[in-house]
Design a binder for this molecule. Structure first.
Ligand code: ADP
Ligand code: ZN
Length: 511
């Protein structure tokens, strides 16, 4: 067989392999099943495309999204690889089957629900398959953040071709999920290859939000270059785009509910632009190849650390400095916790662990990168020097007393009032409402004063993140499981005092 590097250069036009690509390709060419965990942008597609080009027979690629398959198809065809997709929207399915049977396809993309049908199995029986590539392989695991039951149905198909190696690919698997993928797809333990996850050129910055729109408008005033703002809802993306447009920056919205032509136009405009801010749901970014994204900002809590890593990973793929901002609120955690309560019972433990890990990331006073990399099993130094906490170490304050007073006021007012009302009670601000409720006679009325008063809002936020308080749908606060330990003096609460704003280099904005 020829040297894989020759094919890399002649077909793909790349001078050399990157990172673990060579290791993965060598295993695949040796017929060994493999799970490759490589961050977004590391070049996963190449690890099956190259063997597919070098070998006779077709590589069957299982991929979860039609849009993603078509992106891949376009990219593969562009470099002269013989590829096709077999999906419900493809009208040339008969022709594609014919090409496969003739041995005229290097790559055949298919969705898991089609791959597991009897029809597809019979098709493969009659042709020649050299490799199964399973993209987004974390979808096979209930531990993964994006479980897809259809992925579970792949195993019988794979087992029917025991001599064909399997290559599972994912960007986002923690240790638990990796073990599960190996198990579910029948890949040996020693078939695991993990690339380094560090993205040293990305600066991580995480802050509580008071008004995310204003905070993001402030930051884009100082931050030149193209950027992505992730907004939790479709309507929110359009509102955010309209609000940010007032800063004078070109902005667009992107979400799955937009008219397809407009969606494509907005995406194309962003890819071509050098200063556009695109306000998008997380549907945006998959399959988009824009190396010079200078910042990614989350206007709300991501779904998991994996999702955060993947979404922030779209910044700075060219290796130049980029910034990842996250603005989070206590209400994000409350909502997420509510959603956890709604998923099927078997998955709740995993979801709860995922949420706790996110809580750890936003609340840590230590290095964000270290925590992030530890999550993926990577070692990292204590101090990365390129995250908010390393650049400007926060000072911790003991807020246990204020937390107890807050909980006590919540309890005494009947666990039905919101943060603003409790704050007014604690600081002794009289109102018609508190008079009528008789709350001004409570021992907690006016119990917090002076410097402590500034801690009330941050304390309320921290109590909700820790599940010591939960907001009901009307915003009223109730005790959560974490309240007792604090009230009984068995737990303490230390708060981060936001450091004075560090000086940041001013970018293109006029000053
Ligand atoms: P992933 O699927 O891991 O996110 P892709 O397969 O989309 O990454 O590849 C990301 C980008 O890197 C693509 O533009 C691809 O062409 C490029 N790329 C892949 N391998 C190499 C390489 N060895 N040298 C240079 N560029 C590469
Ligand atoms: Zn750091």
């Amino acid at each position: 067989m020829s040297d894989p590097r020759d094919t890399l250069q002649s077909v793909f036009g790349f001078p050399d392999f990157r990172g673990v690509q060579r290791q993965v390709v060598d295993r695949v060419l040796a017929g060994q099943s493999t799970l490759a965990v490589m961050p977004t942008g590391a070049g996963k597609s190449l690890t099956y495309q190259l063997p597919a080009v070098m070998q006779t027979g077709t590589c069957v690629v299982v991929s979860p999204l039609i849009a993603l398959m078509h992106d891949q198809l376009r990219a593969a065809t562009a470099v002269g690889i013989r590829a096709a997709t077999l999906t419900s929207v493809d009208e040339n399915r008969a022709e594609t089957r014919g090409r496969f049977l003739d041995g005229a396809l290097d790559l055949l993309y298919v969705a898991p629900e089609r791959a597991s049908t009897g029809d597809f199995r019979e098709l493969l029986d009659r042709g020649n398959v050299c490799l199964f590539a399973i993209d987004e392989a974390h979808c096979v695991s209930e531990w993964g953040h994006d479980f897809r039951p259809d992925y579970r149905l792949l195993r019988p198909l794979l087992d029917r071709f025991p001599e064909v190696p399997r290559l599972a690919l994912t960007a986002t698997a923690d240790r638990h999920t990796r073990a599960d993928i190996l198990d579910q797809l029948g890949i040996p333990q020693d078939g695991l290859i993990v690339a380094g996850f560090d993205r040293p050129n990305i600066q991580y910055r995480i802050a509580p939000k008071d008004n995310a729109t204003r905070q993001i408008a402030d930051l884009i005033a100082e931050q030149p270059g193209p950027g992505i703002v992730y907004v939790p809802s479709r309507a929110g993306t359009e509102k955010m785009a309209a609000a940010l447009a007032k800063t004078g920056r070109p902005t667009r919205a992107y979400h799955a509910g937009l008219d397809p032509a407009m969606r494509a136009a907005n995406q194309a405009a962003f890819v071509a632009s050098e200063d556009m801010v695109i306000c998008a749901t997380v549907a945006f970014g998959m399959g988009i190849d824009k190396p010079d994204v200078r910042f990614v900002a989350h206007a709300g809590l991501p779904k998991s650390i994996e999702a955060y890593y993947q979404e922030t990973g779209r910044a700075g793929r060219d290796g130049d400095p980029a910034v990842a901002h996250l603005f989070w609120g206590a209400e994000d955690f409350a909502k997420a916790r509510q959603r956890v309560g709604e998923v099927e019972p078997a998955r709740q433990a995993g979801e709860r662990t995922r949420l706790a890990a996110l809580g750890g990331l936003v609340e840590t006073t230590g290095c964000r990168r270290k925590l992030l990399l530890a999550h993926f099993g990577d070692d990292a130094p204590e101090n990365c020097g390129n995250c908010d906490n390393c650049l400007n170490p926060p000072v911790g304050t003991d807020a246990t007393e204020v937390a107890r007073k807050f909980l006590s006021a919540v309890f005494r007012t009947g666990q039905s009032f919101g943060v603003g009302y409790i704050e007014a009670i604690l600081t002794g601000q009289s109102s018609e409402r508190s008079l009528m409720n008789g709350h001004e006679a409570l021992s907690v009325f006016g119990i917090v004063g002076g410097e402590e008063a500034a801690l009330i809002k941050p304390v309320a936020r921290a109590l909700q993140t820790r599940d010591a308080l939960r907001a009901n749908p009307h915003g009223g606060l109730e005790f959560g499981p974490g309240a007792r330990a604090l009230l009984k003096g068995e737990a303490t609460l230390s708060l981060v005092v936001p450091p004075k704003r560090e000086r940041r280099r001013r970018g293109g904005a006029a000053s």
